[in-house]
Design a protein around this ligand. Structure first.
Ligand SMILES: Cc1cc2nc3c(=O)[nH]c(=O)nc-3n(C[C@H](O)[C@H](O)[C@H](O)COP(=O)(O)OP(=O)(O)OC[C@H]3O[C@@H](n4cnc5c(N)ncnc54)[C@H](O)[C@@H]3O)c2cc1C
Length: 396
């Protein structure tokens, strides 16, 4: 299959305008807040600026006010937005809202799209996606899902506990995965529910204190205790939740990779600037072989990540599930981005771990990516199983 990586002119133009917007408008705000914004006013102000610059919602359908980019188009634009920790928030392509928009677009009915997708795409509300549970519940293994939804008159009653739910504080609605049939360990039997903020029985227990801080709305522990939702809160079909989770997860993994690739590039730029200025042992630091090796390895990791993202996006745009290629790209990128930021810190010496440069913040922000959207080990396990299965099949 021939693969052409060059973006169409309209995408290249949007990517270039996004890069300028991030450089001129977003990075000064990121520097002021050291990458962590907590106020709705600042979020709204950033999004107003993105709308004025004509770069808002590149992923959303044109009928929802977006630019309607496919996955390959998103790769070019999201990487530019990701050059700042606040770029995705400004463009309304941050996690988990961007993945939820993709899910709603694919699965929601017309009235659910009007009620949830339209205001989400416009940045008027935020959302969250509640799957993970404390032990022994769902995590790397979603089939361990313990949260239950039972039929009651006119709707469903949800009971269970969720944690690490990004953006739940202040979200207008939650997409909650609950078991509607079977037992924990069964591969099917999950349903997705749209739960409005303020629904009695859904309570925020706490903000979990985590290494990373930049994703808006924090990481939240949520309790569902006799939380009753109407029948029309069901997203898609009953018992099809695990299938829809795959619809969300493949593309969402890739968009995470795209955004973090932007941060890897920024880290490399910071480190190369520094190595070009600093003099050590009678030469520029950038002329010392072991520093050159780190700069070259960063460049290789960035280029390889971009290539793997593009291959997976190509398959997704072609209508394939792309389970293997998204798993490969996600595993590689999550680890490559970490390596790039870590080497960049090393190149900058003590300055690298100080708050005078953004690198130590980047290091804290990228580390969890090796855990969420599937830990590296879970992906490697799944990749290997597919390879062995393919081999078994070939050998009859
Ligand atoms: C910053 C952050 C944000 C998050 N946001 C959300 C969110 O918005 N919504 C949501 O629902 N969840 C969210 N999560 C949760 C995330 O999806 C889970 O952390 C992830 O699925 C792993 O589950 P777990 O933490 O329960 O780890 P476990 O499932 O307990 O796994 C622990 C470790 O076991 C190892 N492991 C797992 N599988 C295998 C395997 N097959 N073979 C070998 N080793 C393996 C890995 O090293 C893994 O790290 C978030 C997590 C973080 C850290």
């Amino acid at each position: 299959m021939a693969v052409d990586f060059s973006p169409e002119p309209v995408v290249a133009d949007l990517a270039q305008r996004t890069a300028m917007f991030v450089r001129d408008v977003v990075i000064p705000i990121e520097e002021r807040y050291q990458g962590v914004v907590r106020s709705e006013e600042t979020r709204a102000a950033l999004q107003r600026e993105a709308k004025d610059a004509g770069v808002f919602a590149p992923h959303a359908g044109t009928e929802f006010g977006g630019h309607g980019l496919d996955m390959r188009g998103r790769a070019a634009v999201f990487e530019e937005a990701g050059y700042s920790l606040l770029g995705p928030l400004a463009l309304n392509i941050a996690a988990p809202d961007e993945g939820n928009m993709h899910l709603l677009d694919a699965v929601a009915n017309t009235s659910q799209k009007e009620r949830y997708l339209r205001p989400l795409a416009a940045g008027e509300i935020r959302s969250c996606f509640a799957m993970t549970e404390p032990t022994p519940g769902a995590g790397s293994d979603p089939s361990a899902l313990t949260t239950r939804a039972e039929r009651v008159a006119g709707g469903w009653r949800i009971d269970g506990r969720k944690w690490f739910i990004t953006g739940a504080d202040g979200a207008g609605f939650t997409i909650c995965m609950a078991r509607t049939s079977g037992e924990p360990g069964d591969p099917g039997g999950a349903t997705m529910f749209l739960v409005d903020a303020g629904t009695p029985g859904m309570t925020m227990i706490r903000h979990i204190d985590t290494l990373d801080e930049s994703l808006f709305g924090g990481h939240i522990e949520l309790l569902f205790d006799a939380c009753v939702v109407p029948d029309d809160a069901v997203l898609g079909e009953v018992d099809e939740g695990f299938r829809y989770a795959q619809v969300r997860l493949g593309p969402a993994r890739m968009t995470h990779c795209m955004r973090w690739l932007g941060i890897a590039r920024r880290a490399q730029d910071v480190a190369v600037d520094r190595a070009g200025e600093r003099r050590l042992f009678g030469s520029r630091q950038a002329e010392l072989g072991m520093v050159q090796q780190m700069i070259a390895d960063n460049e290789i990791d960035i280029a390889a990540s971009r290539g793997l993202i593009m291959r997976a996006c190509w398959e997704l745009d072609d209508g394939h599930a792309a389970a293997q290629s998204t798993a490969i790209a996600k595993t590689f990128c999550a680890e490559a981005v970490w390596r790039v930021v870590d080497r960049s810190v090393q190149i900058c010496g003590s300055l690298g771990i100080s708050g005078d440069l953004p690198l130590s913040r980047f290091l804290r922000e990228v580390r969890p990516f090796r855990i969420y959207d599937g830990p590296s080990e879970a992906h490697r396990w799944a990749i290997a199983r597919r390879v062995v299965h393919r081999n078994d099949k070939a050998n009859g």
